[in-house]
Design a protein around this ligand. Sequence first.
Ligand code: CMP
Length: 586
Amino acid sequence: MPHDVSLIATIAVGFALAFLFGFIAHRLRLPPLVGYLVGGVAMGRFTPGFVANNELTGQLAEIGVMLLLFGVGLHVSTGDLMAVRRIASPGAIVQILIATTIGTLMAAFWGWSLGAGMVLGLSLSVASTVVLLKALEERNGVSTPNGRIAVGWLIVEDLVMVLTLVLLPAFAEVLGGNSNTPAGAASGLGLLASLGLTLLKVISFVALVLYFGPRVMPWMLRQVARTGSRELFTLGVLAVALGIAFASARLFGVSFALGAFFAGVVLSESDLSHKAAANSLPLQDAFAVLFFVSVGMLFDPSILVTQPLMVAAVLLLILLGKSLAALAIVLLLGYPLSTALTVSAALAQIGEFSFILGGLGVAYGLLPAEGLSLILAGALLSISLNPLVFAGTDLLVGWVQKVSWLKIHLEDGRAARFSRLQEDLEAARVALEAKAGAHKSYSPDELVARFALFAGLTPEQRETLALHFRPRNAQPGERLIRVGDKADAVYFISTGEAEVVVNGHKIKLGPGDFFGEMALLSGLPRSADVIALDFCKLLTLSQRDFRELLRRYPGMRDPIAAVAKEREESNRQFKERPHGGVTQPA
Ligand code: CMP
């Protein structure tokens, strides 16, 4: 070969096999994710044929994890999390404890060390948010209360796992693995010191990102969005996601994953978060696929034959152990059976965090390689079975509805608590919308509906234009423009009326009209006073943005210049006969 093409080969074969098996999985009515994992198995060293470069795939997978977690962070809705916290936090934490204990006991039975057992147990205790979101999407359940509870529950799990990932290196040696931490000593003091240092780093990183992030990042994205270049915007989003992740790993020793997650959280507060999510999605999809492929590569399928009982035990813990624990917790907290069953079905699988944790466990010498294969077998099987589990819960809920005493005890009697939670979720949604509304002017479509002037723009142009406007409210009698002043902005009236006073003449302007354009076009001082007549909602465009608008959309210049010219003409006539009166707009 003329030069080293292993990266190209890895990406090309990875995508091709993932696509092939993903498509087959889809045809078999399985989640495509199963296909990606199988694609990985096919290019791994345990199967004949092409063997991809492990090192490269690992790095590509890491980008996948960063982007996945960035996506999870972007979708974290603080309002939703607060609304479901009473069920999700105790639920997720107690369920993780139960599942980890069962896993540790199971491993102890196999003769594994405590550290190996804990890593295995923790890996099996956390379900995949990615798999759940896909399952809910297919069932149209993402925005239902039960769906939002399940997502909240899994996000709490993710947060616990992020903490575990950060703390694992500090604990590795004391649990019987090898430690790379600088303190390096297994003594109590060494552990405490390295633990303290790790926590200090994480806390300072999180504080820094949460303090500066919301002040800088959304502003930066807004500036980029205003350029109207989709390419620059996507680049900006990726730079923020990967940049924060990389910098956090370099400067604070925090994992890439945690950094990317917080980058997402920071941007989720911005009103551009949907656009950011939409633009980064294709890349996120592609690299997430490579992540699943790389996980598949590590899987040794022979474990299914050599250790069928161990695989069965792991699968049983994922499908039944976790789900029954969650079912009991939700019912004990007083919520209806249908909620409990949705959460149980959501939990009956494992995914990305299990792989990451398992991989880290192996790297730190805590988990035997066999453990990772077991986790992978568990993931492959449980993800494949997940649609069946959801279908099973549907049947069960239907059956409970028919059996009246069960319905009374497990559904109707618990409706009050559920509806309280539903109200909280609704309040969270309303608050989120109100918050978004406070920042934004109008959606691109609303803008066009109000101002016929913009009807000729393409949807993309409208979107960029909408970002340039600043909303402003005015009180009755408020002077918006003073004659003779220097011009700084142009105004668009969306509701209310304003009065232009020029040479004693008064001209009323209403919704859909604009003013302040004459001085901007001519470079002269303001030609008239403009006063709000009642409570007005206005949109303003700064001088710079107005010029930019005319430059970028030349079609806009003529109609605006025509209005200005007409107004100038009437003002000339007013000068000739300067007696007052209310005139209709020119
Ligand atoms: P400008 O001169 O920047 O500031 C005052 C604004 O009042 C002006 O731009 C126009 O938008 C508006 N204006 C001035 N004269 C008239 C008119 N005769 N009819 C309607 N609007 C006017």
